[in-house]
Design a protein around this ligand. Structure first.
Ligand code: GEK
Length: 247
C-alpha cells in the first residue's frame, strides 16, 4: 500500500472483556496509534515539535540522530524537518513490525533530502555510534527495569561530545498522595478527550507490568551513573515529562 492512511479512532478498550490481555504494539494498536497517543499523552504534539527543534539545535554535521521506539515515526518526521541543511542520517528503530510498516508509509508521504534508515529491531540490539541526538520518546518505560542502565550506558557511549539524549517518560511520584493526584488528573485529561471509565480502567489493567514508570529522581540518578553530565526536564504535565540530558 502506498501513501498515508487516515488515522482511525481508538476504541480498543471500549467494550468490556472478561480478562484484559497485556498491552502489545500489534496491528490493532498501530492502526489507531496516532489517535491513541494524542488523546492519552498530555502535550504529545508539543513534545514532538520540540524534539524537532532540539534536533535542529544539536544535530552535528556528519552525525546520526536516533529515534528509538519510533512507532509511526512522528519524532523522526519532526527531526527530519529541522536537520535538512546538514549531512545528517536518521536511524528510526521499533521492534513492532506493524509500527514500522506504517512508519514507512508516513515517511514516504513527505519528501525530504534527509536519509532515514527505518529498522525493525529491538533497541537493545541496535549499534549506536556517531550520534549527536538520541530520542527515547516514551520507550524506556517498556524496557525491563534491570536492563535500563546498560541501554543508557550504550547510548551515552554512542553520543559525540556535545550530543544530547531526549528522554520522555510517564513517571510516578514518591509521595503516594501526589502520585494519586497526578494519576487522577491524567484520567481527567483522558475523560476530556472522550475516553470512558471502562476504556480508562481496561487500558490501565493492560499496561500493568508492561509500562513500568519510575520517579524523576531515579531517572536522573541513572543518567548520571551512565555518564551524562546533566539532565533537566524541559516539560512536565501531570505524570508525563520530557528531559534533555547532555553527553
Ligand atoms: C512517538 N516514540 O510517537 N525495542 C524497540 N522498540 C520498542 C521496544 C524495544 N525494546 N520496546 C517498545 N518499543 C513514539 C512513541 S510508543 C509509546 C513510542 C507509547 C516500541 C513499541 O513497539 C512502540 O512502538 C514504542 O516503543 C512505544 O514519539 O505507546 O506509550
Amino acid at each position: 500500500m502506498s501513501g498515508q492512511r487516515h488515522p482511525q479512532t481508538d476504541s480498543i478498550y471500549a467494550r468490556p472483556v472478561a480478562s484484559v490481555e497485556p498491552f502489545a504494539f500489534d496491528g490493532r494498536v498501530a492502526t489507531v496509534f496516532q489517535d491513541m497517543i494524542h488523546r492519552s499523552v498530555p502535550g504529545y504534539a508539543t513534545m514532538i515539535e520540540t524534539i524537532g527543534r532540539l534536533a535542529g539545535r544539536f544535530a552535528q554535521p556528519g552525525s546520526r540522530c536516533f529515534d528509538l521506539g519510533c512507532s509511526l515515526g512522528a519524532a523522526t518526521l519532526a527531526m527530519r524537518r529541522h536537520v535538512h541543511d546538514r549531512d545528517v542520517r536518521i536511524v528510526a528503530v521499533d521492534n513492532s513490525p506493524a509500527m514500522t510498516e506504517r512508519a514507512a508509509e508516513h515517511l514516504r508521504a513527505y519528501r525530504s533530502p534527509v536519509p532515514v534508515d527505518l529498522v525493525c529491531a529491538d533497541i537493545e540490539d541496535v549499534a549506536l555510534r556517531d550520534a549527536s541526538v538520541v530520542v527515547l520518546n516514551f520507550t524506556l518505560q517498556f524496557v525491563p527495569v534491570e536492563r535500563r542502565p546498560v541501554l543508557l550506558e550504550r547510548i551515552r557511549a554512542g553520543l559525540r561530545p556535545g550530543g544530547i539524549l531526549v528522554l520522555s517518560e510517564k513517571i510516578r511520584f514518591p509521595d503516594p498522595d501526589q502520585d494519586a493526584l497526578n494519576i487522577e488528573l491524567h484520567h481527567d485529561f483522558k475523560r476530556a478527550n472522550g475516553y470512558s471509565e471502562l476504556e480508562i480502567s481496561q487500558k490501565r489493567t493492560a499496561l500493568e507490568n508492561v509500562l513500568i514508570p519510575e520517579t524523576l529522581d531515579t531517572h536522573r540518578a541513572r543518567l548520571r551513573e551512565a555518564g551524562f553530565t546533566s539532565a533537566e526536564p524541559w516539560y512536565q504535565c501531570f505524570n508525563f515529562m520530557s528531559l534533555v540530558a547532555f553527553a
